[in-house]
Design a protein around this ligand. Structure first.
Ligand code: ZN
Length: 73
């Protein structure tokens, strides 16, 4: 099982079905449900913890706060 915490940038097993096809997401909320932000398009997805644990591949880096998305309005 992958050890992760709030604001970690993580890689998922599957890419986000958006135009950037990013596999990198940042954890922006940890609770019963987990919110992750796609670092390609900036959209936030809510996913339940069991499903998240199944879909996370690895932690890339830890950050002190949200990572801004390049080009996001
Ligand atoms: Zn995306």
């Amino acid at each position: 099982m992958v050890d992760y915490t709030i604001y970690d940038v993580i890689e998922m097993k599957k890419s986000h079905p958006c135009e950037t096809r990013s596999k990198l997401f940042q954890i922006v909320r940890l609770g019963a449900d987990i919110k992750i932000k796609c670092l390609g398009c900036g959209r936030i997805l809510m996913i339940d913890r069991a499903e998240f644990n199944d879909k996370i591949k690895k932690v890339i880096s830890h950050n002190e706060g949200p990572v801004p998305i390049a080009g996001q309005k």
